[in-house]
Design a protein around this ligand. Structure first.
Ligand SMILES: *[C@@H]1O[C@H](CO)[C@@H](O)[C@H](O)[C@H]1NC(C)=O
Ligand SMILES: *[C@@H]1O[C@H](CO)[C@@H](O)[C@H](O)[C@H]1NC(C)=O
Length: 270
């Protein structure tokens, strides 16, 4: 997700709010009271605008009773991480239990639509995480080309000497993601971006935060796996730019769908 395009985020906000809002809404720390939903844009409320598509946590509608832990079995998780080369830093960091514990902040993940929809969303998440980390080998981006500070986002000012390169299962990048992710999760993402690489619970939460903000609604509205690639790294990979990388992601996704016994759906590429 190094090259996250913000256009999708803007578009989503326009649709949800009916007006063009500043990006700060992305970073609202929900922390909603019991019984309230955290909307895709990060606000607390109780009607469909909050609890419907994109709902991040709380009693999101469409919650289908699927237990993600029944699908992401230890055998499934091990089947991925055991393919990481020997000596990887990630293999003693990423754990199934950290993933499952992180889910407590994101009740809508993998629980929208039919059971098959749930399986497809979970397969998509793990396909991208596998691809981004090399079978959970890497925690930090291997050769960051910059410190991923975009000073345009004055509400998320970069701290001195801090780098917002990719970290964690979906390689969270950029100050404008670390800031709001930290607000939501409960750590200072701008001053301490390293937390995403040192605390496995925070690391999975950061990945799930990004997913719920940018990818979840793509899956729950049936746009297909190809659209999730576009949300995560479309500017670099889609439209014929890196068909090799697109194919690698699609192959992981179809493999995981097969393991879950679900059809992968249409529109796999981008
Ligand atoms: C920073 O963000 C702005 C607004 O999205 C964008 O126009 C600009 O290209 C970005 N700069 C860099 C260096 O990414
Ligand atoms: C940032 O790094 C430079 C070069 O290593 C150092 O001189 C400076 O004191 C650092 N600033 C902070 C705030 O740590």
């Amino acid at each position: 997700m190094v090259s996250l395009t913000l256009k999708n985020t803007f578009l989503t906000l326009i649709i949800l709010a009916g007006v063009v809002l500043p990006q700060i809404v992305v970073g609202q720390n929900c922390g909603c009271a019991t019984g309230y939903c955290c909307s895709q844009a990060g606000y607390c409320g109780q009607d469909a605008a909050y609890c419907g598509t994109g709902c991040q946590s709380g009693p999101c509608t469409g919650s289908n009773g699927v237990s993600v832990s029944d699908i992401v079995t230890q055998a499934f998780f091990d089947g991925i991480i055991n393919q990481a080369p020997a000596g990887c830093v990630g293999t003693s960091f990423y754990t199934r239990s950290a993933f499952l514990n992180a889910l407590s902040s994101f009740s809508a993940f993998g629980t929208i639509g039919t059971t098959d929809d749930s399986k497809r969303e979970i397969a998509a998440f793990f396909a991208h995480a596998t691809h981004e980390t090399g079978y959970f080998c890497n925690i930090d981006e291997t050769s960051p080309s910059s410190n991923y500070c975009n000073a345009t986002y004055t509400q998320y000012p970069c701290a001195p000497n801090k780098s917002y390169y990719g970290r964690g299962p979906l390689q969270l990048s950029w100050n404008y993601n670390y800031g709001p992710a930290g607000d939501f999760i409960g750590f200072d993402g701008l001053a301490n971006p390293e937390t995403v690489a040192t605390d496995s619970l925070v690391s999975f939460k950061a990945a799930l935060w990004f997913w719920m903000q940018n990818v979840h609604s793509v899956m729950t509205t049936g746009q297909g796996f190809g659209a999730t690639i576009r949300s995560i790294n479309g500017a670099v990979e889609c439209d014929g730019k890196r068909p090799d990388l697109v194919t690698a992601r699609v192959n992981l996704y179809t493999n995981y769908c097969s393991q879950f016994g679900v059809a992968p759906g249409d529109n796999l590429s981008c």
